[in-house]
Design a protein around this ligand. Sequence first.
Ligand code: UN1
Length: 498
Amino acid sequence: MPKVFKNLIGGKEKDAVSGRTFENRNPADWNEVVGIFPKSDKRDVDAAVDAAKQAYREWSLYPAPRRGDIVKKAGDIMVARKEELAREMTREMGKVLVETRGDVQEGIDTAYYSASEGRRMFGVTAPSELQNKFTMSMRVSVGVAGVISPWNFPMAIPTWKIFPALVSGDTIVFKPASDTPKTAATLVEILVEAGVPAGVLNIVHGGGNEVGMAIVEHEDVELISFTGSTAVGKKISEIASRSLKRVSLELGGKNAEIVMDDANLELALDGILWGAFGTTGQRCTATSRLILHEKIYDKFLDMLAERASRLKLGNGLDESVEVGPCVNESQREKVHSYTEIGKKEGARLVIGGEFAKGGDLDKGWFYKPTIFAEVTPNMTIAIEEIFGPVLSVMKAKSIDHAIELLNGTIYGLSSAVYTRNINHAFKAIRDIKAGITYINAPTIGAETHMPFGGVKQTGNGHREGGASAFEFFSEIKTVYVDYSDKLQRAQIDTYRNS
Ligand code: UN1
């Protein structure tokens, strides 16, 4: 019998008020039910926000280094349970074991970074313009944070949000993606074991419309951190602006990799295979467009098609498998609809473009790695985020032309350029409009201590990762202490005689 999970609200395990549940299934083997979860709604969210509000004051008074100690302990537990967590995640959402191990490691790295930030959270001190007066700024907690996370990084992305929020002194209502509730439940269990007090971290399972929107609409939630689609991000932004909530949005991408004629082609090939087909293309940072210099276009495309068609698909628990399934049936349908559109709009299908079938593949939502060539900038497959193993290949005449093609998108998360020409590399660093630019490395693979986020419609200007995350989850308070024993007026008394 699959395990039945509950919400955690105010330190107590609770069914959804409605009594309803939903199943979580393995996308590589749809017969396997991973767990049963509460299908919550606004009533459960209200209870969770109340609990988070009640727990807030005491938690905010914990010294930040002690909050950091708890997060560090959670990191230690994750280290001890890394393999089990990775296997659980592969069963839950399909990506291969090397990647789910990486996902857990990303959570561990975030734990240790966030814990250490508890001993920094630096403000500034500066001289006052008046005598016997002291000025400083400091970081303080904000209140209740709503964390709404996606399924593609079921451990890493929740930790990017939850760990800095905890160390900042905020309390949390966490709604994980309904495709990956189990990893989320385990993360909460680990944090409770590490010593997070009751009510500080609450988890409410369920759908985006019922649970996610109820969190966004709740007037006692002061922060929303969301990773997901641009369409949902815009809706969140609109609703949250009514109560002037602070919102951090990490949204879509249409990331491109440029390969110049002077590049190390073997290296670029490894990079593109990893960037486009790793995680079955289901990353916000995935390489979705490949821009080849015209001199190497035909040669590189042949090399790529040959390697990509040999990628091994299957259940990610098998160590020899390189590409797992799409996360669910509707995601695979969506990917396939882009294949149809690509063909109709005149792109040339080089490989793939169909469901992967036969043997164990019939049990899951597998899609063949797909490459379209002769893609032009106005085609839908060059414009829209697909979130699957589909790569659109375009041709460029020069580095400037390549950068122009790369920038021709409403998104701006990640980007990559393969070149051995330092002038090209620096031009790309200067001219590419994206939050992240890699030189001679693929579009995926951000490190947790560095700022992570995008420009244009990829986000709203905030950054996750490292110290940047703390800028979002804490407020700055500016403090003046006047020890002159008299009224001193800034600007006025400072220049009294001038
Ligand atoms: C995402 O796809 O939402 O840089 C996050 C990367 C990973 C994080 C991806 N470290 O690809």
